[in-house]
Design a protein around this ligand. Structure first.
Ligand code: GLP
Length: 261
């Protein structure tokens, strides 16, 4: 079962995650970090940037792989995930842009770009720590309900509900792309450690399904249950539908702090 850490606030969870990743970078300067977009991990990136500065960590060897990208946005579009990752991850964490990878949503052949992305992850030695958010419909990356739990990086169509949820980032809802390239659930499951962040009441149904529901392609986040090393960091609002919340709290309270996740 996933380790579930319920915190008083999103900020506390983000700081815990940043502490964990900062220690991992200190121990392994060529760490391969899987990074997510969306609003959920933004605080985590800010905390991590602060820790890197305070601890004087050298991040020049760190490699990063984004989960997903829209297909067809212009190169200079501020909401392309390439632009979002540059703004929220590459620059604040001081990563070498040559070490930061985002699926190529503008490739003439997005299907070939998707396959090449999996090969690039393999060539980097695989992802050490994968940061994940979760969609309100239970998606991880852009693996919408119905995605194969063994899927590889590929071109997908976004669910109408996801396009609606992400319309807030675009001037016009019609501007939200219809297609994306996303790491597959099988790809994500190959990361050595999954760190899933979930904040706010509107994530509580998806989170409960992912952590405690049946493992099902209908709720892609439930694939985390098939992984041997998962940490879920949730605030009280996101955790409100977890039936085993007391057991998670007890387990976390009893765990020696030095042990980490
Ligand atoms: C986005 C991303 C996911 C993200 C999820 C939740 O569209 N593709 O990687 O985890 O949907 O987004 P948010 O954190 O903004 O709620």
């Amino acid at each position: 079962m996933a380790e579930v850490v319920i915190t008083r606030s999103a900020d506390e969870a983000s700081a815990l995650a940043a502490d964990h990743v900062a220690r991992a970078i200190a121990a392994q300067p060529r760490l391969v970090l899987g990074v997510a977009t969306g609003s959920t991990p933004e605080r985590f990136y800010r905390h991590l940037a602060r820790r890197i500065a305070e601890d004087g960590l050298d991040t020049s060897g760190v490699r990063a792989f984004a989960l997903d990208e829209y297909v067809g946005l212009p190169a200079d579009h501020p909401e392309s995930y390439a632009a979002v990752i540059e703004r929220t991850v590459t620059t604040p964490l001081g990563l070498d842009p040559a070490h930061v990878h985002v699926p190529d949503g503008r490739a003439a052949d997005p299907f070939a770009a998707a396959a090449a992305y999996d090969r690039a992850i393999d060539e980097a030695g695989g992802v050490d720590i994968q940061i994940l958010g979760i969609g309100r419909n239970g998606h991880i990356g852009f693996n919408e309900p119905g995605s194969s739990l063994g899927s590889r990086t590929r071109v997908k169509t976004l669910a109408a509900s996801t396009r609606e949820a992400n319309a807030r980032f675009f001037a016009d809802p019609a501007d939200v792309p219809v297609h994306c390239i996303t790491q597959g659930i099988g790809t994500i499951r190959e990361a050595r450690h999954l760190l899933l962040l979930a904040f706010g009441a509107d994530k509580s149904t998806a989170l409960a399904g992912a952590v405690e529901g049946p493992v099902s392609a209908s709720l892609p986040g439930s694939a985390i249950q098939l992984h041997a090393h998962v940490t879920v960091l949730a605030d009280e609002d996101a955790a409100q539908q977890l039936t085993l919340a007391d057991a998670y709290r007890e387990a976390w309270a009893l765990k020696p702090a030095a042990q980490g996740f």
